[in-house]
Structure formats: structure tokens, C-alpha cells
Design a protein around this ligand. Structure first.
Ligand SMILES: Nc1nc2c(c(=O)[nH]1)N[C@H]1C(S)=C(S)[C@@H](COP(=O)(O)OP(=O)(O)OC[C@H]3O[C@@H](n4cnc5c(=O)[nH]c(N)nc54)[C@H](O)[C@@H]3O)O[C@H]1N2
Ligand SMILES: Nc1nc2c(c(=O)[nH]1)N[C@H]1C(S)=C(S)[C@@H](COP(=O)(O)OP(=O)(O)OC[C@H]3O[C@@H](n4cnc5c(=O)[nH]c(N)nc54)[C@H](O)[C@@H]3O)O[C@H]1N2
Ligand code: SF4
Ligand SMILES: [Mo]
Length: 746
């Protein structure tokens, strides 16, 4: 592949959720130009500055090419066999002596963005057999999984706002002009918002900051951090109060309506208004506008999820859409149908349960097989049976991205053994005894398993690797870890896992009386897949057996991986379509509006509303278009220019504390403090300060030269691991009480 000839390749950008098509000009082993693929069926040429930087990450000299092993406190390069052998020699005796729960795993965000994460993380977890599984989901979207599980029966059944057809979009706690959208895959979110307004629709943004998205909207409302559940309940109250409830097309599939009506009684817009900072009449007007606009939708994202009532706010968002008749209809909230998904067998199912086990130290309930990452340090620090002594991170940087991370970093230093599967030696992996670096994004095939299921159109797109990888693929790395943890040894070949996984998948179909493959010969099917890398083979089977698939010849002309390969700009599978009731997996086969756990949370919200309002400053986060969580600060073109890790503060709050623009302030919370430059900014709600997460580089032992020069401070030294959203275990990352004071000049 690495000849000197010039070639043009097309590829889906996998850096964020927007799935933009890239057009890369490649000469030999270098990308000489990157731009948007104007023929991409979904993004039509749109990209953001990170898309063009994908080559810079690939070429980054700090990106690890070979494993590192820590010897006498120093990381030294090792070959792959040596690294795997080290893991086997040090990990297995530990598990033998202290039991399987003595190892914890943390899965980071990139696992949602590549095939290895989609297919090969599960075998690692299975072979570890530990209950100490943690991930970035509990600093992110876990509330959405829980509310979806409760309402629709399955944590993956997440409705997305059909923004291409809506005429009214009420958006809370999302800033897609910086983030490019989340749990709503829509390349060119800015253009799609513009189009809403161009067709006469309205966009309203609710955010404690007047963000870029807020500026591009028709209306912006400041809200007190953490109070969206109250605001949304005020709207639900108004819908009942003003007799605007009309369930529309899902009316025969909803139960629990009366319970919601009763529960909403105490949340009148006038009562919640002082706490939210949005007046009662405005809350009523929003409810009326949602009800009156035929194609309207409410959409909430991370700002309403990473708070103490995150699951309730997530639930209330969907319930508002249901009560206003917006669920499962064009322009409302709809369920995508992913090309690789298994056809649903509903309506009806076993429903969704949490709390099948508890965390050891704080007794926190398991959710989706995970424990809250906010309690990871507790599990490492607290002696006793099942104390966490070993740690595996896969594509994660919890030292920067999880709450009270100062404490976590200290705990990492005291572990007996740690492995990181990571492309960098960074704030987290610097603590690892072995770092296993997977190839770069351009050295792997790509299909967006996670995001085609959260997408505002049904699309499918496969990108072959641009360059050949030198070392093992990430799937091979994970397969070998699974084999080691499973006792098959460090010498075992990844294919020892690939082959049974593929066979298991195929035999599942062949043996399923409802499958179009029923009764066919598994060997013949496997032969049709041909020689492909492990994840691609699985993907091919899933695509062929999916809702648009060719079912291995049973549905001629249907989708397959070879077909996707023949369409480098992707295949558009059409606008979203109604999916209720088939998609419902609740025991009642209905949308269960009023689960007990939600009603209990409403009682807690009621108590909160009746309680005292603490005054003082609260901290929220923010994102910037040129950044992506913690790990893209080593690319010069993305960090150039003004320092972005500043404490934004309203002029009145700054003046009250005698803080001028550029002054260094100490920000202090219950758990920690940082010193950071103040940016006086009238776009903030008074009483709210903002610091972005993912900074705080330049730590000893980390190998990130560019990032170190733009260090910044780690906002998660301030966030607190104690308060959680009780139903999901999600951390509270917004609305953190802080004090800000000038630092005396030397
Ligand atoms: N205060 C505050 N904290 C937050 C948030 C917030 O809004 N405020 N947001 C939260 C959210 S939404 C998220 S998703 C989390 C993210 O939390 P994490 O997933 O822990 O952090 P990332 O910064 O995404 O780090 C990704 C890691 O994966 C590595 N990496 C990159 N590409 C690959 C790859 O292809 N393979 C492997 N194996 N590794 C790779 C990077 O070097 C980095 O170490 O942060 C959360 N933390
Ligand atoms: N450029 C860039 N893009 C990214 C990322 C990135 O780090 N940088 N991260 C990716 C990831 S992992 C994710 S999960 C997504 C997240 O995507 P989004 O959900 O769009 O995340 P943010 O841009 O952080 O927007 C959240 C907004 O919530 C506001 N907010 C804070 N507290 C509250 C509150 O209590 N109520 C309300 N109503 N609003 C509040 C904040 O001010 C902020 O404007 O972005 C993804 N895309
Ligand atoms: S918006 Fe997201 S997917 Fe699109 S180019 Fe930027 S980082 Fe890549
Ligand atoms: Mo995220």
C-alpha cells in the first residue's frame, strides 16, 4: 500500500459522533490533504477542524508505535510478545491470589468509535470475570440508557430528535455548534439548525451559558445548573393543566399516564420558576409551543445528564415528547434503524433492571453491568476482600475525565499492576506497567456501530484502512488480552478468539427458527464471508442479517460489507420511520411512563424544591470545537492560539471578587482546588462559572510534548465523586459549588 503513487481515499471521520465523510489525498505513506467529502451521502462535504487533523494524529511522533513496559519507574520500549508475557506473568498470579474482582477495568470514549471497541471489549470483560467494570458512560450518557430502559424496555432504545424535519427544537444542555452533536448523529449540525429556521421553524436553547448554539438560535434561556428536571416537570405540568396532552400515534401503546398526571401536580411552572431561573409564563409558553407545533421536539444532552437528577431529566425529555404527541413521528423524536442491528422481536420483552449487584465500598447499584466510575478510587483505596489491586484501561483517560481525579491519580500509583491499551503515554497511562498501543485511526477499517443507531437518517458507511498497520490491530490486542485473562496464555493467537466468535454468530442465526438463515449450513455461510479480519467478518454477517441485509442470498440486492465497500461515499437508507410498537421491550409491551423508581425520584425532586436554595458560585463545563475530551491537545494546529482552559465568569461575579480579566484565581471545591486564569465573560449566567474538562497536561512521565506546552488545569480536580444521579450512578459534573478568589500577586 505504501507506494509513492497518489491516491484519493474516502473515509468516515471517527473522532466525534457526527460521522463526517473525509476525502484524503494520499502520497505514499502520507496524507497530503484532507477535506470534506462532498459526495458523502450524509455529510455532503461538511467537516470541522478536527477532521483535517486526523492525519496529524496519525503522524504524531508522540503516538506510541511499540509497547512500553515500566522498569524501575521508567517506561521502556518492548516488543509485543514481551509485553503480553509481562501481563500474563504479573496479572494471573494476582487474580489467583486475590480473586477476579481484584482487577478493575475502565473503558473510555474511543471504544464507541471503532470496531474493536464494538466487538472485542466484551470478550475481555467476559474473560476477566470481574464486577469492577467502569466506563466513561457514568460521566456521560448513562441516565439516557436508564430512562430508555425504563420507558421502552431496552437501554439502547434511544429516540433522537428528527432535526431535518422538525419545525420546533427545544434543546437543553447541548452545544452542537461546539460538540457537533451527541446522541443525535447529524453531520453539519450547524447547517441543519439553520435549515430549521430557514423553513420558518424555531430553535430554543436552554443553557447556563449563552453558547455559540444559543447565538445561532431564535431564543436562549439561562437556567440554573442542575434544575432542568424541574423545568421539564413544569412543562409536563403545563401540558396537563392546559389540557394539551395528546399522545398522537403512540396513544395505544402507553401506560402510566395517570400516575404522571398526579406526580406532575406539584411542579407547577410558577413553583419551579425561582429554582430554575426561568419564569413560569415562559415555561408554559414553551409547553404550548411544543404542543402546537405539529413537527416539534425536545432534545436534552450532557448538560442535563451529568447532574444529580440526570435520569429524571432524561426521562422527562422523552415524556414531554410522548405527551405532546411527538414520539415516533416525523419531525419529532424517532428511533433509528441501524444497518447491523438484529431485527427486534417485540413488542414485549423482559424489560430493564439495575442493581443486580452492588459496589463493595459504597453499595452503589450496578447499571448495565457497570459500577459508577465516581466510586473507582474508593474500590482501589479501601482495604478488604475484593479490593482493586490491578487495573486495565482501554482507550480511556480517567485521570482527567472522572470526578475527584486527584484522588484517583493517587490511587493509581498504589496499584500492584496496571495495563493501558492506549495510543499515548498520557496522564492515565503514565501510571501503567504496560502500555499497549493500537494502530492509528487511519490504519484500521471503520464502521460506526454506535452512531448509525443514533443517527437522524439511516445510513451505512464502511471505510477500509488507509495504511497498513505495523503492529497488531486493536482487535488483536484485545483478543490476546481476553485469551490471557481467560488462561489460554500469552502465546495464544487472536484467531483462537475470532473463529469461535464468527461461528457463534452464524450458528445463532442458522439455529434460530425465525431467522431467514434457519437450517442453512454454517460452514457455507462462513465461506461466503471469506478471509476478512475478525471485526469485519462479524460486521459482514451482521449487515447481511440486519434489516436491510441480503441474508446471504435470501434477499437479493440487500446490504453486505462488499456492497458498502463498493460505495465509498456511503449508502443512504432513508429518513427515520415509525417503529412503535415493535421496538418496545417492556414486560407490558407498552411504553411504561411511570416506573416506581422514577416516581421516587419525583418525590426527591419535590423535596429539593421545598428546600433551601444554596447561594454562591457553581461550576459547569464547556466544550470547544477544536478539542475532544482530553486527548487531542497534542496536535499543534488544534491547540494554537489563545489559551482555552480559562475560568469564564460573569463581569458582576468577577468584580465582586476583585478579579480582572487574565488574573489568576484559585477555584476551590469540597474536594480540591486549581489555579487558573479568569476570562470575564458576559455570556455566563451570573452565579455560574465555567471551566472546560480534559486539560491538566504536563504531568511527570507523560509523553505529550505539545499538550504539555498548553497544559491547562484539570477541572475534575474540582468535581466531586460523592453526589451521584442515583438511578444511573452517573457523576455530577455540572453545578459544582465552588469558591473563587484572587491569588495574591507576588
Ligand atoms: N468535568 C467534566 N468531565 C467530563 C466531561 C465533562 O463534560 N465535564 N465529559 C465526560 C465525557 S462525555 C466523556 S465521553 C469522558 C471521556 O472520558 P475518557 O474516555 O476517559 O477520556 P478521553 O479524553 O476520551 O480519552 C480517550 C483515551 O483514549 C486514547 N485513545 C484515543 N484513540 C484511541 C484508540 O483508537 N484506541 C485506544 N485504545 N485508545 C485511544 C487517548 O489517548 C485517551 O487516553 O469524559 C467525561 N469527563
Ligand atoms: N469539540 C468537541 N466535540 C465533542 C467533544 C469534545 O470534547 N469537544 N466531546 C464529545 C463527547 S464525548 C460528548 S458526550 C459530546 C457532548 O455533546 P454536548 O452534549 O453537546 O456537550 P457540550 O458541548 O458540553 O454542551 C453541554 C452544554 O450544557 C450546558 N450545561 C451545563 N450544565 C447545564 C445544566 O445544568 N443545564 C443545562 N440546560 N445546560 C447545562 C453547558 O454550558 C454546555 O453548553 O460531545 C462530543 N463532541
Ligand atoms: S464534526 Fe466530528 S466527525 Fe465531523 S470532522 Fe469534526 S470531528 Fe470529525
Ligand atoms: Mo461523551
Amino acid at each position: 500500500m505504501n507506494s509513492n503513487t497518489h491516491r484519493t481515499v474516502f473515509r468516515t471521520c471517527s473522532l466525534c459522533e457526527a460521522t463526517c465523510g473525509l476525502e484524503l489525498q494520499v502520497e505514499g505513506d502520507r496524507v497530503v490533504r484532507a477535506r470534506g467529502d462532498s459526495e458523502d451521502v450524509f455529510s455532503h462535504g461538511y467537516i470541522c477542524p478536527k477532521g483535517t487533523a486526523i492525519a496529524a494524529i496519525h503522524e504524531d511522533p508522540d503516538r506510541l508505535r511499540r509497547p512500553l513496559i515500566r522498569r524501575n519507574g521508567q517506561h521502556v520500549e518492548a516488543d509485543w510478545d514481551e509485553a503480553f508475557a509481562e501481563i500474563e506473568q504479573r496479572m494471573l498470579p494476582l487474580l489467583e491470589e486475590h480473586g477476579r474482582n481484584s482487577v478493575a477495568v475502565y473503558l473510555g470514549n474511543p471504544n464507541a468509535h471503532h470496531l474493536a471497541g464494538s466487538f472485542y471489549v466484551r470478550p475481555v470483560l467476559k474473560s476477566l470475570r470481574t464486577r469492577n467494570i467502569f466506563s466513561a458512560s457514568t460521566v456521560d450518557q448513562m441516565p439516557k440508557h436508564v430512562s430508555s430502559g425504563l420507558l421502552f424496555g431496552s437501554p439502547g432504545t434511544i429516540p433522537v430528535p428528527d432535526i431535518d424535519r422538525t419545525d420546533f427544537l427545544l434543546m437543553l444542555g447541548a452545544n452542537p455548534l461546539e460538540s457537533n452533536g451527541s446522541l443525535c448523529t447529524a453531520p453539519d449540525f450547524p447547517g441543519r439548525l439553520k435549515a430549521i429556521r430557514a423553513r420558518g421553524g424555531r430553535v430554543v436553547v436552554v443553557d447556563p451559558r449563552k453558547t455559540r448554539t444559543a447565538r445561532a438560535a431564535d431564543e436562549h434561556l439561562f437556567v440554573r445548573p442542575g434544575t432542568d428536571a424541574m423545568l421539564l416537570m413544569g412543562m409536563i405540568h403545563a401540558l396537563f393543566d392546559e389540557e394539551l396532552v395528546d399522545l398522537g400515534s403512540v396513544k395505544d401503546h402507553v401506560q402510566g399516564l395517570d400516575s404522571v398526571r398526579v406526580a406532575a401536580k406539584s411542579f407547577s411552572p410558577e413553583r419551579v420558576a425561582p429554582a430554575c431561573g426561568v419564569d413560569g409564563e415562559t415555561i408554559r409558553r414553551l409547553a404550548r409551543e411544543l404542543a402546537a407545533t405539529e413537527r416539534g421536539v425536545v432534545y436534552g444532552r450532557i448538560g442535563i445528564h451529568t447532574v444529580g437528577f440526570g435520569t429524571l431529566a432524561s426521562w422527562a425529555t422523552d415524556v414531554l415528547n410522548i405527551l405532546a404527541g411527538k414520539l415516533d413521528r416525523p419531525g419529532g423524536a424517532m428511533f433509528p434503524l441501524a444497518a447491523h442491528s438484529r431485527p427486534s422481536k417485540g413488542p414485549g420483552g423482559r424489560g430493564f433492571k439495575t442493581g443486580r449487584w452492588q459496589s463493595r465500598v459504597r453499595g452503589l447499584p450496578e447499571v448495565l453491568g457497570e459500577l459508577p466510575v465516581a466510586t473507582l478510587a474508593d474500590e482501589m483505596e479501601t482495604p478488604g476482600d475484593d479490593q482493586v489491586r490491578a487495573f486495565v484501561t482501554i482507550g480511556g483517560n480517567p485521570a482527567l475525565s472522572t470526578p475527584d481525579s486527584g484522588r484517583l491519580e493517587a490511587a493509581l500509583e498504589n496499584l500492584d499492576f496496571m495495563v493501558s491499551v492506549d495510543i499515548y503515554c498520557n496522564e492515565t497511562s503514565r501510571h501503567a506497567d504496560v502500555i499497549l498501543p493500537p494502530p492509528s485511526l487511519l490504519e484500521r477499517g471503520h464502521f460506526d456501530c454506535s452512531f448509525v443507531g443514533l443517527s437522524v437518517r439511516n445510513v451505512a458507511n464502511y471505510s477500509p484502512p488507509v495504511f497498513e498497520a505495523e503492529g497488531p490491530s486493536e482487535s488483536e490486542i484485545l483478543a490476546r488480552l481476553a485469551l490471557i485473562f481467560g488462561g489460554q496464555g500469552a502465546q495464544a493467537d487472536a484467531s483462537e478468539l475470532d473463529a469461535p466468535m464468527l461461528r457463534g454468530l452464524v450458528e445463532g442465526h442458522v439455529g434460530d427458527p425465525e431467522s431467514p438463515l434457519h437450517g442453512r449450513d454454517a460452514d457455507e455461510i462462513i465461506a461466503q464471508v471469506g478471509e476478512r479480519p475478525g471485526p469485519e467478518a462479524l460486521l459482514d454477517v451482521m449487515l447481511r442479517m440486519g434489516p436491510y441485509g441480503d441474508a446471504f442470498g435470501e434477499k437479493p440486492g440487500g446490504l453486505s460489507l462488499p456492497q458498502l465497500e463498493a460505495h465509498p461515499h456511503g449508502i443512504d437508507l432513508g429518513a427515520l420511520e415509525a417503529r412503535v410498537p415493535e421496538i418496545l421491550a417492556t414486560p407490558s409491551a407498552q411504553i411504561e411512563l411511570a416506573p416506581e423508581s422514577i416516581l421516587r425520584e419525583l418525590d426527591r425532586l419535590d423535596e429539593k424544591l421545598a428546600g433551601e436554595e444554596p447561594d454562591g458560585l457553581v461550576l459547569v463545563g464547556r466544550r470547544h470545537l477544536r478539542s475532544n475530551n482530553s486527548w487531542m491537545h497534542n496536535v499543534s494546529s488544534l491547540v494554537a492560539g489563545q489559551t482555552r482552559c480559562t475560568l469564564q465568569m460573569h463581569p458582576d461575579d468577577a468584580e465582586e471578587r476583585s478579579l480582572q480579566a487574565g488574573a489568576i484565581a484559585e477555584v476551590r471545591s469540597r474536594v480540591g482546588s486549581v489555579e487558573v486564569a479568569v476570562e470575564v465573560n458576559a455570556d455566563l449566567m451570573p452565579g455560574v462559572v465555567s471551566l472546560p474538562h480534559g486539560w491538566g497536561h504536563g504531568q511527570p512521565g507523560a509523553r505529550l510534548e505539545v499538550a504539555a506546552a498548553h497544559g491547562g488545569v484539570n477541572s475534575n480536580r474540582l468535581t466531586d465523586g460523592l453526589p451521584l444521579d442515583p438511578l444511573s450512578g452517573n457523576a455530577v459534573l455540572n453545578g459544582i459549588p465552588v469558591e473563587v478568589a484572587p491569588i495574591a500577586a507576588d
